[in-house]
Design a protein. Structure first.
Length: 262
């Protein structure tokens, strides 16, 4: 299989349940989904609907109760270097510099030190942090910390990149800058991206495909394929984008709120 064809995620009849003091809870109802290699898919839904649960299952952190998840035809049975994860809270080690944090992500490959350093510096350059390689996390802004997290993940070349509300803690202006940066880096590496967000605009501006989830227990209820070139905007010229935004917002309203309208 050529590198361009790697990163196909296939989810078959996936169900996830958790056991608690009150008994068993279904976090994710029967779900089927296929992510084509190199595509960018956004997953959006109400809080607590199972978005992060689905993402964590693809990452190998949560085991399926039923069904299976395949990556390039092989079952995902646990975390691996083929699947990278970026969280909202950066997950940087405060005792490592930006360069040290990126190098840490490469340790698992047993590279010669010189190659490890070269790859880490190249990854930091991709996200515009060459001049900040020796700074520690406490010396970096929120946006810069997330750049380090992106560099650390792309440095080891994962086939699949999972992003769990990665820009949720950033201010609006910084988020827009990070959108552009993420798209630039993604288009160079072409990992298969699953981007979890609660922001409808963010989903529509970034993704090739937008998948909408129901309220808990979660299930996929709508699919919007986006073919518009980037960068996108919510202008009057993009009336279909505005219509889809309204549709999704309507679907995300609590059932009780919808009932009050009628």
């Amino acid at each position: 299989m050529s590198d361009m064809m790697k990163g196909r995620v296939r989810i078959e009849d996936l169900v996830i349940r958790f056991k608690g003091k009150q008994g068993e809870t279904t976090a994710l109802e029967r779900t089927a989904l296929e992510l084509e290699p190199g595509t960018f898919t956004a997953l959006i839904g109400p809080s607590g609907c199972g978005k992060s649960t689905l993402m964590n299952a693809i990452g190998g952190f949560v085991a399926p109760s039923e069904g299976r998840i395949m990556l390039d035809g092989a079952p995902i049975t646990g975390p691996s270097a083929e699947v990278g994860v970026i969280f909202q809270q950066y997950a940087l080690f405060p005792w490592f510099s930006a360069l040290g944090n990126v190098r840490f992500g490469l340790k698992q490959f047993g590279l010669p030190k010189s190659e490890e350093v070269d790859r880490a510096r190249a990854a930091l350059a991709e996200v515009g942090l060459s001049d900040h390689a020796d700074k520690f996390p406490q010396q970096l802004s929120g946006g810069m910390k997330q750049r380090v997290a992106i560099a650390r993940t792309f440095a080891f070349g994962p086939k699949v990149l999972l992003m769990d509300e990665p820009f949720g803690a950033l201010d609006a202006q910084t988020r827009l800058v990070m959108h552009d940066l993420l798209l630039d880096v993604w288009q160079k590496h072409r990992a298969t991206v699953l981007f979890v967000t609660h922001d409808v605009d963010e989903a529509l501006l970034l993704a090739d495909d937008v998948r909408v989830m129901s309220q808990a227990p979660g299930r996929l209820i709508r699919h919007y394929a986006r073919s518009q070139s980037r960068p996108r905007s919510f202008s009057s010229a993009n009336s279909d984008l505005l219509e889809i935004r309204q549709e999704i917002l309507h679907q995300l309203r609590p059932t009780s709120a919808l009932a009050d309208v009628h």
